[in-house]
Ligand binder design. Structure first.
Ligand code: SF4
Length: 132
């Protein structure tokens, strides 16, 4: 965790909530830099976060603006871990994902699993057995 310091009065602060699938659902104070980019992220000044936030979210801007960040969907085009990827459109990616999620419902295999997450964002991803 980072120790919170009050941001400069010259930097605007936006207020949001953490988008991660984590039970804490922390309230965030986000620096909006003069060029409109995201600066540091801190926990909101409330009794739960008290200005402090976990390390993965405190460094969000580094991920957002990292030069290696994926900006479009990629489909593996070789064996796993071989490192071969092919760029696909968002439409192709969403169609393939929807098809993959629908596949277990059409199957009679009893042990198929898929990820779920509750609307309350409880305890991260779990797995549920498909009823086939
Ligand atoms: S602990 Fe971190 S990941 Fe979890 S809700 Fe708070 S900021 Fe998000």
């Amino acid at each position: 965790m980072n120790i919170a310091t009050r941001p400069s009065e010259k930097i605007a602060i936006g207020h949001s909530a953490c988008p991660h699938d984590c039970p804490s659902t922390c309230a965030l104070d986000i620096e909006i830099l003069p060029d409109g980019k995201m600066g540091r992220v801190r926990g909101a000044d409330n009794s739960y976060t008290a200005g402090v936030i976990c390390a993965k979210v405190a460094r969000y801007a580094e991920r957002l603006y990292h030069p290696d960040r994926l900006m479009h969907p990629m489909r593996r085009s070789g064996a796993k871990a071989a490192g071969f990827w092919q760029q696909v459109t968002w439409e192709q990616a969403l169609d393939e994902i929807a098809e993959a999620f629908a596949r277990p419902r059409r199957s009679t295999a009893p042990n198929l699993c898929g990820p779920i997450s509750t609307p309350a964002r409880w305890a991260g991803c779990s797995a549920i057995r498909s009823s086939g």
